[in-house]
Design a protein around this ligand. Structure first.
Ligand code: XMP
Length: 430
C-alpha cells in the first residue's frame, strides 16, 4: 500500500462518513472500521498513522452502548477522541474538528503524508487484483453504468483478457448506450466482451404486464437468468467482479458491511455458481469513482453519466410495454439529452428523462385529427435521491425540446412538464 491511513472507528456517530471524506479531501486516505476492531486487525490495514474515535453523544450502535478494545489505547499510534472523554487519548475534542483542527491532527500529530491520489490508488489496486486473481478468470456484468464501467477499465488494466465482460442489452437501454459500451470497451480498450442481445426475450416476458412492481421483478429476475446462462457457458471462471462502492457498504453499517463482504452468493445468482468477489472500488466514494474512471481514460460522458435505474426505460414506458411506446421514450429521451447538453443543463441538473404513459390524447396533424401519446419531461435535483426538487428550465429550452419531440418522435402529439417534487411524487413514474 502506498497510502498513509487514518482510521475512523465507528462508535455510532452519523457523521463518520463526513469525517472520512474530510480527511480524504486533505489528500490522506481514511477508512471507517467497526468499533470492536482488534489491534491485530488494525495493524494489518497498512500504513496506519492515526486513529479517530467518533461516537456522537452516547457511543451507541443500534441502541447498545459500545466501547473500543482496551488494547487499542496502548497502541503506538496517535489517537483523537471526539465527544467522549478518554484520558489516554493524545487529543481530546468536544465537537468534530474544523479543517484546521483536522489538518493539525493528521499532519502535525500523526505525520501522515498527503499521498492519497488516484494514480496511487490505481497502482495499488492493480497490484492487489493481480495478487488476488493470479492467472484465473474474472467475470463482470458490464451495464455501462459508472461503477461497472470503472471496474471494467481498472480490471482491463490489471489483468487484460483474463477479464470477461458480459453486456446484456435488455432492450430497455437508452439510445446509443449499448453501442457506446461496445465502442469504448471492445474497440478502444480491446476487452474480452460478450454482447448479449436479449431485447426480444425481455419484451416477450414483459408483454401485457402493466403492474410496476411486477415489471421490475421480471426485469431483475430475467437479467440474472441471462447472466447466469452466459456464466455457465464459460469455462474456468473463479471470480466475479462487482462495482460495489463505499457508500453501499457504510450505509448498511460497518458491522453489517463485514457480513455482506463475506457473503459470496451475489446478486441472486444460484448457490451452485460459486465465485469469489473482486471489488476494486470497495473503498471509493462516488466522486472518487469518477476521478478513477477519468484517470483510467474513460470518456467524460460515461464517467459523468446521470443515474439510470436498473430496469431502464422499462419504468418510463408506463404500464404494459409496447415497442411503439418504448421507441417514443427512447427517441424523446435522446432529444432531451441533446438539448440539455446544448443548453449546458447536463452539468447542472441531477437527473432528467422522459416518460410515455399508456393512453392517447386527441390532436391535429396536417389538418387532420390525430390520436397519439403524450411525452412527459422530468428534470430534478437532489442530493441523496430521498427527496427532490424540480429544475426551473428556461422557457425557450422547453419550447425547443417540445417542438423537436413533436416533429421527430412518431406517435407523439403532446408534451408535458412534470412539476411534482419528491415527495409526494417519486423521481421515476413507476
Ligand atoms: P425514485 O423513483 O424512487 O428514484 O424516487 C430514486 C432514484 O433511484 C433511481 N432508481 C433506481 N436505480 N435501480 C437503480 O439502480 C432501480 O431499480 C431504480 N429505481 C429507481 C431513480 O432513477 C432515481 O435516481
Amino acid at each position: 500500500m502506498k497510502q498513509d491511513m487514518i482510521a475512523v472507528l465507528d462508535l455510532g456517530s452519523t457523521k463518520n462518513t463526513e469525517l472520512a471524506r474530510a480527511i480524504r479531501s486533505l489528500g490522506v486516505y481514511s477508512e471507517i472500521y467497526p468499533h470492536d476492531i482488534t489491534v491485530n486487525e488494525l495493524k494489518k490495514t497498512g500504513n496506519l498513522k492515526g486513529i479517530i474515535l467518533y461516537g456522537g453523544e452516547n457511543r451507541m450502535v443500534d441502541g447498545v452502548p459500545v466501547e473500543v478494545c482496551p488494547e487499542l489505547y496502548d497502541m503506538d499510534c496517535p489517537m483523537m477522541s471526539i465527544d467522549h472523554p478518554t484520558s489516554k487519548c493524545v487529543q481530546q475534542m468536544d465537537t468534530a474538528p474544523d479543517e484546521d483542527g483536522l489538518k493539525k491532527f493528521v499532519f502535525d500529530v500523526c505525520h501522515a503524508e498527503a499521498n492519497w491520489n488516484m494514480k496511487n490508488f490505481i497502482e495499488d489496486q492493480v497490484e492487489l487484483v493481480r495478487r488476488q486473481v493470479g492467472d484465473k478468470k474474472v467475470l463482470l456484468a458490464l451495464s455501462g453504468g459508472v461503477d461497472s464501467s470503472v471496474v471494467a477499465a481498472l480490471l482491463i488494466k490489471a489483468i487484460g483478457k483474463q477479464l470477461v465482460c458480459v453486456h446484456v442489452n435488455h432492450g430497455l437501454m437508452r439510445k446509443g448506450e449499448s453501442e457506446s459500451v461496445i465502442e469504448v470497451f471492445k474497440n478502444q480498450m480491446d476487452a474480452n466482451l460478450i454482447y448479449v442481445d436479449a431485447e426480444e426475450r425481455f419484451l416477450g416476458k414483459l408483454a401485457g404486464v402493466a403492474d410496476p412492481e411486477r415489471k421490475r421483478k421480471i426485469i431483475g429476475a430475467e437479467f440474472i437468468r441471462v447472466f447466469e446462462e452466459e456464466a455457465r457457458k464459460l469455462e474456468g471462471i473463479d471470480f466475479l467482479a462487482q462495482g460495489t462502492i463505499y457508500p453501499d457498504i457504510i450505509e448498511s453499517g460497518t458491522k453489517t458491511a463485514k457480513m455482506v463482504k463475506s457473503h459470496h452468493n451475489v446478486g441472486g445468482l444460484p448457490e451452485d455458481l460459486k465465485f469469489s468477489l473482486v471489488e476494486p472500488l470497495y473503498y471509493l466514494f462516488k466522486d472518487e469513482v469518477r476521478a478513477c474512471g477519468l484517470e483510467l481514460g474513460l470518456p467524460k460522458e460515461m464517467v459523468y453519466r446521470q443515474p439510470f435505474p436498473g430496469p431502464g426505460l422499462g419504468v418510463r414506458c408506463l404500464g404494459a410495454i409496447t415497442k411503439e411506446r418504448l421507441e417514443a421514450v427512447r427517441e424523446s429521451d435522446a432529444i432531451l439529452r441533446e438539448e440539455f447538453a446544448a443548453a449546458g443543463l447536463d452539468k447542472k441538473v441531477w437527473q432528467y428523462f422522459t416518460a410515455v404513459p399508456d393512453f392517447k390524447s386527441v390532436g391535429v396533424r396536417d389538418h387532420a385529427r390525430c390520436f397519439e401519446y403524450p411525452v412527459i419531461i422530468r428534470a430534478v435535483n437532489t442530493v441523496d435521491a430521498m427527496s427532490a426538487t424540480i429544475e426551473q428550465i428556461d422557457w425557450p429550452v422547453l419550447m425547443k425540446i417540445t417542438d423537436r419531440i413533436m416533429k421527430e418522435v412518431p406517435n407523439v402529439n403532446r408534451v408535458c412538464y412534470d412539476l411534482s417534487p419528491k415527495p409526494t411524487a417519486t423521481i421515476e413514474w413507476e
